[in-house]
Design a protein around this ligand. Structure first.
Ligand code: ADP
Length: 165
C-alpha cells in the first residue's frame, strides 16, 4: 500500500519553508499532494495575492521533476477531501510556538471530522522558522528583497504583483 499524505495550505505563494517540509516529507511518504485551499476570505489578514491557478502553476514548475508530488485544490473541508481521495495522513509544518496552538486545535477538530486520518507535524528547519507567505508579501510590498526565501520563479511573480500595485 502506498503511504499518501496531503499537505494543505494557502500557498499564497509557496515559500522555501513549504518546500523544505515537502522535500523532507518525501522521505516518509510515497506521495504527497499539495492541496491549495481556495476558500481564503477576501480582506482577511491572509487575503490572497495569487489566484489558485497562479499558485498551482508556480508549485508545478518547482516540482516538475518530482513525480511523487501532486497539486490539487480544495474549496471545502480537508477531511472530506482526504476521505474522497483515500488519504490517511495530513502533513503540517510547525514553526514557532504560536503555530502549535492553532495546529493542535485544527488537528483535534480534524480527528473529530475524520477519525481515520492522522496529522503528522514536521518541525521547520531552523533558518526557515521565521518565513511565512504573509510576511514575505508584506516585506515585498514595502520594497524589501525576499529572493532568498522563495524560488526564483516565485520571486519573479511577487515582483510582478508589487509592480502592478
Ligand atoms: P495556512 O494558510 O494553513 O497557514 P500556509 O500556506 O501558510 O497555510 O502553510 C501551510 C503549512 O505549511 C502549514 O502547516 C504551515 O505551518 C507550514 N509552513 C509554512 N511556512 C513554513 C515554514 N517556514 N517552515 C515550516 N512550515 C511552514
Amino acid at each position: 500500500m502506498k503511504h499518501k499524505a496531503i499537505y494543505p495550505g494557502s500557498f499564497d505563494p509557496i515559500t522555501n519553508g513549504h518546500i523544505d517540509i515537502i522535500q523532507r516529507g518525501l522521505a516518509i511518504f510515497d506521495e504527497i499532494t499539495i492541496v491549495i485551499a481556495t476558500n481564503l476570505r477576501k480582506n482577511s489578514a491572509k487575503s490572497a495575492w495569487f489566484t489558485p491557478d497562479e499558485r498551482k502553476a508556480m508549485i508545478k514548475s518547482i516540482f516538475r521533476k518530482e513525480k511523487r508530488v501532486n497539486v490539487d485544490f480544495c474549496s471545502g473541508l480537508m477531511m472530506d477531501y482526504a476521505r474522497e481521495h483515500q488519504v490517511q495522513c495530513v502533513l503540517r509544518g510547525l514553526r514557532v510556538a504560536s503555530d502549535f496552538e492553532t495546529e493542535m486545535m485544527m488537528a483535534t477538530m480534524n480527528k473529530e471530522l475524520n477519525p481515520k486520518v492522522e496529522t503528522v507535524f514536521m518541525p521547520t528547519r531552523k533558518d526557515l522558522s521565521f518565513i511565512s507567505s504573509s510576511i514575505l508579501k508584506e516585506v515585498a510590498s514595502l520594497g524589501g528583497d525576499i529572493s532568498e526565501y522563495v524560488p526564483a520563479i516565485v520571486a519573479k511573480q511577487i515582483e510582478k504583483k508589487v509592480r502592478g500595485m
